[in-house]
Design a protein around this ligand. Sequence first.
Ligand SMILES: Cc1cc2nc3c(=O)[nH]c(=O)nc-3n(C[C@H](O)[C@H](O)[C@H](O)COP(=O)(O)OP(=O)(O)OC[C@H]3O[C@@H](n4cnc5c(N)ncnc54)[C@H](O)[C@@H]3O)c2cc1C
Length: 135
Amino acid sequence: MVGSGPAGLAAAAQLNYAGHQVTLFERDDAPGGLLRYGIPDFKLEKWVIDRRVKVMEEEGVVFQCNTNIGVDVKVNDLLREYHAIVLAGGSTIPRDLAIPGRELKGVHFAMDFLKQQNKRVSERPVIGEDIPGNR
Ligand SMILES: Cc1cc2nc3c(=O)[nH]c(=O)nc-3n(C[C@H](O)[C@H](O)[C@H](O)COP(=O)(O)OP(=O)(O)OC[C@H]3O[C@@H](n4cnc5c(N)ncnc54)[C@H](O)[C@@H]3O)c2cc1C
C-alpha cells in the first residue's frame, strides 16, 4: 500500500482481514495522511488515529513511514517484492485561484498551512515548511 491516508488505511485493513500480508508505505513521519495533517485536532484528535494504527499493527499490518515510494524505494523494487500494489497517494497539488486578493500577504494554500499547524500542535518538527507569520 502506497499512502496511509483514509483510503490506504481502509484498503490495508480489508486486505489484511482477507488474509493478505500488507505493508503500508508512508512518505510522511506518521501514518494518517490528511486525517493527521489536514484535519485540526478540534475536529479529530490524533490519539484516535494512533489507536487505530496500533490495532492494525497488532493485527499484522506493517507500517513503514518516512519512505517516499519512487524516491527512497524504487517502484521496480516494490513490483519485485510484492504480489500487488495499491496506490493510495491522495493529492497534494492545490488548485490556485486567479482572483483579486490572491497575492495578498497571509493568503496560503490550505494544506501548506494545515500541515504546519497540525505538526506544531503535535509537537513534531516543522522542517522547510515554514509559513511566515503562522506562529
Ligand atoms: C484542506 C482540506 C480539508 C479537509 N477537511 C476534511 C474534513 O474536515 N472532513 C473530511 O471528512 N474530509 C476532509 N477533507 C477531505 C479528506 O481529507 C480527503 O478526502 C481524504 O484525506 C483522502 O484520503 P486519501 O487516503 O485518498 O488521501 P490522503 O489523506 O491525502 O493520504 C495520502 C497519503 O499518501 C502519502 N503518499 C503520497 N505519495 C506517496 C509516495 N510516493 N510514497 C509514500 N507515501 C505517499 C501522503 O503523504 C499521504 O499521507 C479535507 C481535504 C482538504 C484538502
